[in-house]
Design a protein around this ligand. Structure first.
Ligand code: TIU
Length: 226
């Protein structure tokens, strides 16, 4: 086990059974003209974490540990998108309508792609999820069980929406979850801070939190090839 200094107490990472989950680092949320922008958010905050997320992905690739990428994405006919979700937020452009990067949150559209700096490579899992959580209607339980994954490290956007929902779903399924706090971001600084405190409160009710540097150092000290 790799002992990672974390809050609320050290996280024991099992190097043979750990995967990284990078949540929704897609243009829809990170670039102007996408879904996040249509909801009235300042998207610049999210772009700033790309180098840290890239560093985290690089750490996992060096160890040959599994990397999973998710995208919030609907079928072109929107049959997997409840009308309530389309109406929600009274956005300037709704899910499925055409924006500057194609149809919002629709599979295959330019805006639905993961940003170039974090693009998946062969052997990594890419999940299109119609909800905020990564297990709902995705079939992800199967591939994780087949690979014997018991520990999940989380990154991505946004902290209090898709990252927190996915981490809670994973926690309920028995996964040991660590959120890398500088590899996640919200449109609202106060929501990110609150989400992190909710995760670690009550003895780590949803999991653990640590910065990338702590994880890198722990992996290096454990003698893994960094
Ligand atoms: N709006 C917002 O903060 N997030 C989302 O709609 N989706 C994700 O978090 N990916």
């Amino acid at each position: 086990m790799i002992d990672v200094p974390a809050r609320p107490y050290p996280y024991l990472l099992d190097p043979r059974h750990t995967a990284l989950v990078v949540i929704d680092m897609q243009r829809d949320f990170i670039e102007k003209g996408g879904f996040g922008d249509s909801l009235g958010n300042d998207v610049a905050r999210l772009e700033a974490i790309i180098p840290t997320v890239a560093g985290l992905i690089a750490l996992f690739r060096k160890q040959s540990w599994l990397v999973i990428h998710t995208r919030e994405a609907h079928r072109p006919d929107l049959s997997d998108c409840p009308p309530s979700k389309i109406r929600r937020g009274n956005p300037s452009l709704k899910i499925g309508e055409a924006g500057a990067m194609g149809r919002l949150l629709v599979r295959g559209e330019p805006g639905n792609q993961i940003v170039d700096d974090l693009a998946p490579i062969d052997g990594e899992i890419v999940i299109d999820k119609p909800g905020k959580g990564m297990f709902w209607a995705t079939g992800l339980d199967g591939p994780l069980a087949e690979r014997g994954i018991t520990h999940l490290v989380f990154a991505g956007v946004t902290t209090e929406v898709c990252v927190q929902t996915s981490m809670r779903e994973a926690n309920d399924r028995g996964f040991e979850c660590l959120l890398v706090e500088d590899a996640t971001e919200s449109y609202f600084a106060e929501f990110k801070a609150a989400a992190i405190e909710m995760i670690v409160a009550q003895g780590g009710i949803v999991g653990w939190v640590a910065p990338l540097g702590a994880l890198e150092k722990a992996v290096a000290e454990a003698g893994a090839h960094v």
